[in-house]
Design a protein around this ligand. Structure first.
Ligand code: PEP
Ligand code: MG
Length: 603
């Protein structure tokens, strides 16, 4: 049998091998049914009953999620609960029942289809991203109105280990996955920012998303092997593939054992250069792993989870409490709070976001914060209050102009003054730094360095905007590389601008979690790396193995290269001289993603 290998977007790391279980919940066929005039009121009552029943279900799911994953994930169901009771939508269904004598399910289906088509065709990434939520609530409503079991019914029937293959997964379903039986999942739709991907990650279920055509290519019961790190999926793996997976798993295990002891060791090169290794924290649940893996503070505290998926914005007190909690967990170290990076695909449901043709080039991040002081000021106040007792810095994302920094400083000073006048305990100021995520910020790194307390490169966005390659588009995955010479040269430029200004420069994008890129960053002079907590030990191993002069030489050689492949080759070779590469890349047992075939495109 020939091995078939595909590549999607790895959204939740780990390897899973199990038979595929295809989940095809299609929207049910809803018969066109009309009712007699005297039954109209009872149809409207049925609609209200179904809404109440679905709300109750969602409330239960919310509770269960709260137990299993945490309050931020549970907030997803707040958004679904809001959607299900949308008064305008329900009114339109009721009007249809009254005007056309339709049954409740016929009218609901009609309006639901209208809305789905509208969202599906939308150019707004946020709406498309939330389509899974919309589909999930519509399925629930129709199941109730038709008196059928809904999409979750099959969950009870799984009694062996499986890899779920679906077109898309709703967060409601993902959170109920029983880890003993559902060992992985593959989805045709979705990216790293989809709710289901985020949940899979925090539940520790390996997952690959954005694998177009998966439902056609993978048959029910076929053995599937997936790597949720690289996004590689192997269909009907051969005994050799399986053996490689076993080797890979045992290498991973061995490496983990080897790395266990490293948490308390310093991140220092053999010739004595110290690196500050901090953690990126997106959710409160990541605090514990960050501490366990030896993070020396938080170099990127993402704050979007405080607002997305919720029906109301968090209060100043709530935020203060969260920042204080993180500060206390890393007492003695710095916590860098990033101001809301909303927009693109991340908007809180409490917020009316505009329709935009190009959301990733649109109203987002610092632009939203500065235009909406009612959103931004409470965050600034919370940061100042938490900074009264802890070393808390403020970091601004997606900056393109110096005015964005000066305007933020003015707001910050005003809030500090207002807190002082009100007698509320708060710091008088906090260090304000800038994320280098756009070519504009790279070109003006010197000017930004002159007015900032620190610079921090966000390589995910910097790569996206430098190469004009969407970071979440599975089809472009091979073209998205922070090791592109244009990005590598930008990194060197930023580092030397900050060095001349004598301010700290860090890297908080995903590239810092990759051993080869970590070597490059070290050689370029980045002595602060902020990374996903589970990657800290491995990056520390790289730092402890490669002498600074060798890292510098490798970075200089990489800067002379003219292609991604050239840069990769230089770094791989340099790293290989100091470390067993199989050790730092246990995934090498699975074929490298760039050599993988793509699934046929679904039409
Ligand atoms: C980045 O863009 O590299 C970054 C760290 O920010 P985010 O991934 O949250 O956009
Ligand atoms: Mg970014």
């Amino acid at each position: 049998m020939t091995t078939r290998q595909f590549h999607g977007v790895g959204v939740s790391p780990g390897v899973a091998v199990a038979p595929a279980m295809l989940v095809r919940w299609a929207f049910p066929d809803v018969p066109d049914r009309t009712v007699a005039a005297d039954q109209i009121e009872s149809e409207i009552a049925r609609l209200a009953d179904a809404t109440a029943a679905v709300l109750e279900q969602l409330g239960e799911l919310r509770e269960r999620t709260l137990q299993r994953a945490g309050p931020e994930e549970a907030g997803i169901f707040d958004a679904q609960m809001m959607m299900v009771q949308d008064p305008q939508f329900l009114q339109s269904v009721e009007t249809l029942i009254r005007k056309n004598n339709f049954s409740a399910e016929t009218a609901y289906e009609f309006k639901a289809l209208e809305l789905r088509n509208l969202w599906q065709g939308s150019r707004q990434a946020m709406l498309r991203d939330r389509l899974a939520d919309l589909n999930a609530i519509q399925l629930r409503m129709l199941a109730h109105l038709l008196g059928r079991a809904n999409e979750e019914a099959w969950l009870g029937g799984i009694d062996q280990q499986v890899v779920i293959v679906a077109r898309e997964l709703s967060p409601g379903l993902t959170v109920q996955f029983d880890r003993d039986h559902i060992v992985g999942f593959i989805c045709e739709e979705g990216t790293r920012t989809s709710h289901a991907a985020i949940l899979a990650h925090s539940l520790g279920i390996p997952a690959v998303m954005g694998l177009r055509g998966a439902m056609e290519a993978i048959h029910e019961g076929a053995l599937v092997m997936l790597d949720g790190q690289s996004g590689t999926v192997i269909l009907e793996p051969t005994p050799d593939d399986l053996e490689l997976a076993r080797v890979q798993t045992s290498r991973r295990h061995k490496l983990e054992l080897q790395l266990e002891g490293i948490a308390t060791e310093p991140a220092e090169t053999p010739d004595g250069t110290r690196v500050l290794l901090t953690g990126n924290v997106d959710l409160p649940e990541e605090l514990e792993p960050a501490l366990r893996h030896g993070a020396q503070g938080v170099g990127l505290l993402r704050t979007e989870f405080l607002v997305t998926g919720r029906t109301t914005l968090p209060t100043e007190d709530e935020q203060t409490e969260y920042y204080r909690r993180v500060g206390a967990a890393f007492s003695g170290n710095t916590v860098v709070v990033r101001s809301y990076d909303l927009g693109g695909d991340k908007f809180p449901s409490a917020f009316t976001a505009p329709h935009e043709a190009n959301p990733f080039l649109g109203w987002r991040s610092i632009r939203v914060c500065l235009d909406e002081p009612a959103l931004f000021r409470p965050q600034l106040r919370a940061v100042l209050r938490a900074a009264a007792d802890r070393d808390i810095w403020l970091m601004l994302p997606m900056v393109i102009s110096l005015e964005e920094v000066t305007e933020t400083r003015i707001l910050l000073a005003e809030e500090a003054e207002s807190l002082r006048a009100a007698g509320i305990r708060a710091a008088a100021d906090v260090p304000v730094g800038v994320m280098i995520e756009t070519p504009a910020a790279v070109m003006m790194a010197e000017e930004f360095a002159a007015i900032s307390a620190f610079l921090s490169v966000g390589s995910n966005d910097l790569t996206q905007y430098t190469l004009a390659v969407d970071r979440g588009n599975a089809r472009l995955a091979k073209r998205f590389s922070p090791l592109h010479p244009a990005v590598v040269r930008s990194l060197a430029h930023v580092r030397s601008a900050a060095g001349r200004a004598g301010i700290p420069t860090s890297m908080c994008g995903e590239m810092a979690s990759d051993p080869m890129s970590a070597l490059l960053l070290l050689g370029l002079g980045y002595d602060r790396l902020s990374i996903a907590p589970p990657a800290i030990p491995l990056v520390k191993l790289v730092i402890r193995s490669v002498p600074m002069h060798a890292a510098r030489e490798a970075a200089e050689a990489a800067l002379r290269e003219r292609s991604v492949a050239g840069v990769e080759a230089v770094l791989r070779e340099a790293l290989g001289r100091h470390l067993d590469l199989r050790l730092v890349d246990p995934g090498s047992a699975l074929p490298h993603p760039s050599t993988g075939a793509s699934l046929p495109r679904s039409s």
